[in-house]
Design a binder for this molecule. Structure first.
Ligand code: PGA
Length: 248
C-alpha cells in the first residue's frame, strides 16, 4: 500500500484538483493506493474518485459515537462520505491534541464498528530512539490501542511505523532501521495473532519517505509500503512513490 496523508494542507478546490490529477494518473496500480484528506474534502473527493482504484481516508475521527460534541466528526459521518479508511494515532495528534492510548482505543473501536479500515500509526520520538527504547515504546502503543482486537477485527488494521524524528524533517530512517523495526512489529503481531496473520498484515513506513528514497525503503522484506506526508501533496512525486512500490 501507498497512502498519502495531506494533513492540514490544500483548500477544497486545491484538494479536488489534486485528487483529479491522481485519478487521471493512477489507473492500474499493483498495490493499494489511499489518500488521506481533511474532513471537509472527503465527500467531494469521494465523488472525484468514483471508478478509480484510489481509496479515501480521513485523518482522524471522534472518540465518541454521536451527540453534543461541538466540532467533532464521528466515524459514522466519515463512512457516510464514502471514505473507506481512517488514519488514527498519528504522532501529530498524539503530541498536539493529547490523544492517549485509551482515547485511540475508543477511536479504533468506533472506526471499525462503522465499517472503516484503520491505518494505525506508531513510532518513537528522538529521545526514545537515542535511549534505545524504541521497541518498548512501539509495543506499548500497540498494547494500549489495538492488541485487544479479535483476529477478525485485525484484518481491517494497517500499521504505519513512523519514527517521529523522521516526520517532516527530511531525516529518514535508514533501510536497516526501518527493516529492524518492521520485523520486530511483525513478530509482535505473530505473537498475538499467529504467523499467518502477521504475514498478511500490511506495515507501512512513514517519515520523509519520498520519490527518491522510496524504492530503497520498499526493498526491505518487511516494509510493505509507505504513509506519505509532504510528498503526497505533489501528484508527480506521489505517483513516483506508487511506481516504486509497484516495482519493489
Ligand atoms: P512526511 O510525513 O512524509 O511529511 O514526513 C509523514 C506522515 O506524517 O505521515
Amino acid at each position: 500500500m501507498v497512502a498519502g496523508n495531506w494533513k492540514m494542507n490544500k483548500n477544497l478546490q486545491e484538494g479536488i484538483a489534486l485528487a483529479t490529477e491522481l485519478k487521471n494518473n493512477v489507473k492500474n496500480p499493483a498495490c493499494a493506493v489511499v489518500i488521506g484528506t481533511p474532513f471537509i474534502h472527503l465527500a467531494s473527493v469521494a465523488e472525484v474518485l468514483k471508478g478509480s482504484p484510489i481509496q479515501l481516508a480521513a485523518e482522524n475521527c471522534a472518540d465518541k459515537d454521536k451527540g453534543a460534541y461541538t466540532g467533532e466528526v464521528s466515524a459514522e459521518m466519515v463512512r457516510s462520505t464514502g471514505a473507506q479508511y481512517c488514519i488514527l494515532g498519528h504522532s501529530e495528534r498524539r503530541a498536539y491534541y493529547h490523544e492517549t492510548p485509551e482515547i485511540l482505543k475508543e477511536k479504533v473501536g468506533l472506526a471499525l464498528a462503522n465499517g472503516l479500515k484503520v491505518i494505525f500509526c506508531i513510532g518513537e520520538v528522538k529521545e526514545e530512539r537515542e535511549a534505545g527504547t524504541q521497541n518498548a515504546v512501539v509495543k506499548a502503543q500497540l498494547d494500549g490501542s489495538v492488541f485487544h482486537l479479535t483476529a477478525e477485527e485485525w484484518k481491517n488494521i494497517v500499521l504505519a511505523y513512523e519514527p517521529v524524528w523522521a516526520i517532516g524533517t527530511g531525516l529518514t530512517a535508514t533501510p536497516d532501521q526501518a527493516e529492524d523495526m518492521h520485523r520486530y512489529i511483525r513478530s509482535l503481531v505473530a505473537e498475538k495473532y499467529g504467523q499467518q496473520v502477521a504475514g498478511e498484515t500490511t506495515i507501512l513506513y512513514g517519515g520523509s519517505c519520498n520519490e527518491k528514497n522510496a524504492a530503497e525503503l520498499f526493498s526491505n522484506e518487511d516494509v510493505d509500503g509507505g504513509l506519505i506526508g509532504g510528498a503526497s501533496l505533489v501528484a508527480d512525486k506521489f505517483c513516483a512513490i506508487i511506481e516504486a512500490r509497484n516495482n519493489a
